[in-house]
Ligand binder design. Structure first.
Ligand SMILES: Nc1ncnc2c1ncn2[C@@H]1O[C@H](COP(=O)(O)OP(=O)(O)OP(=O)(O)O)[C@@H](O)[C@H]1O
Length: 251
């Protein structure tokens, strides 16, 4: 397994202008992430989790310091280079799913491959594989309005995973789900992380998410206040006991 460094953050400070003042959302953050991590940024509301995830995802840039993602310094990317990095190498999962309502489940998952100009036959195969991985093959022709919250989030996971990104960034992915669906989608992500060695980085204050993390980075007031590796995450342990280490294939 290749466990090389894929994200390096050095002395990162992010300030937002508010009127004629500045608000410091992140303050001198230094962190690195290796391939295959299942890591969460945790902390109270307003602690800077989303801001950090957005910078890693090249949706925003540092005010000071640097963030280097897959060899690209985020501050130095042009708009088109940043969107190329996102299209090719990053998958995003948001709390509101962000599915396109007029398209079918199949078309929603296909969308990133259209941006990458993947040929039709290959596209078809990749979409079906992604839907199978999240257990939604039978919903391929449904529209988002016909899905439950848990199913919608699984479509979002399939859409994030379909292009085999190196990194998936998930911002409060369970915020709109009940406990059963939250565990379901978290276990889906654990399975994908294991199968493809995809790096997952979460921003969340949900204890259910935290129970699956192998690394927990705590933020408070824009600063990293703890960075812990968890030997036996509580929900992972429970999942392995329940399924004897094997995940149910219908996840
Ligand atoms: N564009 C912006 N302009 C001004 N302030 C901002 C902007 N984006 C974020 N902030 C501020 O930066 C701080 C950190 O916000 P951020 O969304 O990163 O926190 P968070 O930890 O993700 O919070 P939550 O758990 O509530 O989503 C907050 O105080 C927020 O109001």
């Amino acid at each position: 397994m290749d466990n090389s460094n894929i994200i390096t953050i050095n002395g990162l400070t992010k300030k937002f202008p508010i009127g004629d003042r500045e608000f410091t959302a992140l303050s001198n953050v230094t962190l690195s992430f290796t391939r295959g991590e299942f890591t969460g940024l945790v902390g109270p509301s307003g602690s800077g989790k989303t801001t950090l995830l957005n910078i890693i995802g090249s949706l925003d840039i540092p005010t000071k310091g640097s963030a280097t993602v897959l060899g690209h310094s985020i501050k130095e990317l042009s708009h088109s280079q940043a969107s190329q990095l996102r299209n090719k190498s990053l998958g995003f999962i948001f709390q509101t799913y962000n599915l396109l309502p007029v398209y079918t489940v199949f078309e929603n998952v296909e969308f990133p491959l259209l941006l990458l100009k993947t040929p039709a036959r290959e596209r078809n195969k990749m979409v079906l594989q992604a839907l199978e991985a999240v257990g939604l093959t039978d919903k391929a022709q449904s529209r988002p309005s016909q899905l439950s919250g848990g199913e919608s989030q699984r479509v979002a996971i399939a859409r994030a995973m379909v292009k085999s990104p190196e990194i998936v960034l998930a911002d409060e992915p369970t915020a709109n789900l009940d406990a059963k669906n939250s565990h379901h989608i978290l276990q889906t992500m654990v399975k994908l992380n294991r199968e493809f060695n995809t790096t997952f980085i979460f921003a969340s204050h949900d204890e259910k998410v935290i129970g699956y993390l192998r690394r927990k980075i705590s933020l408070d007031d824009g600063r990293v206040v703890a960075d812990e590796y968890i030997e036996r995450p509580v929900h992972l342990a429970r999942m392995e006991t329940n399924y004897g280490g094997e995940m149910p294939c219908s996840l």
